[in-house]
Design a protein. Structure first.
Length: 118
């Protein structure tokens, strides 16, 4: 293993252009298949000879999918996960405090947090 990993390109413009080209290519291939061109070699030759045309449908589809829908779904899933884990996280914090108090008491023999007198 060489230990060198490529750094992902997270800039919006280049990622968006790549998504547009990929979607336009997919739409063009579907259009050729509807016309009856099924041979992958012929499709490959057509792709090399004709540049990809990005129309408004492709732009709207990519914007809806990559800018609106996917962040919405990811946010909903992440929030649902955190809400579901909240009781477990609360118990982890409580047990961590108890363990920290136990260690502090063991090492120094006193309490770090003074108990409230009622």
């Amino acid at each position: 293993m060489s230990g060198l990993y490529p750094i992902p390109d997270t800039r919006f413009e280049s990622t968006f252009k790549r998504a547009l080209n990929r979607e336009a290519e997919k739409q063009r291939t579907l259009q050729w298949k509807k016309m009856g061109v099924e041979d992958p070699l012929v499709i490959n030759q057509l792709q090399k000879n004709q540049p990809v045309k990005i129309n408004s449908y492709v732009v709207c589809k990519v914007v809806a999918r990559d800018v609106i829908f996917m962040p919405l779904v990811q946010g909903l899933l992440w929030t649902s996960l955190l809400i579901t884990m909240k009781p477990w996280l609360r118990s982890v914090i409580q047990n961590g405090r108890k363990f920290g108090t136990f260690i502090y008491r063991t090492v120094l023999g006193t309490d770090l947090i003074k108990k409230k007198q009622v």
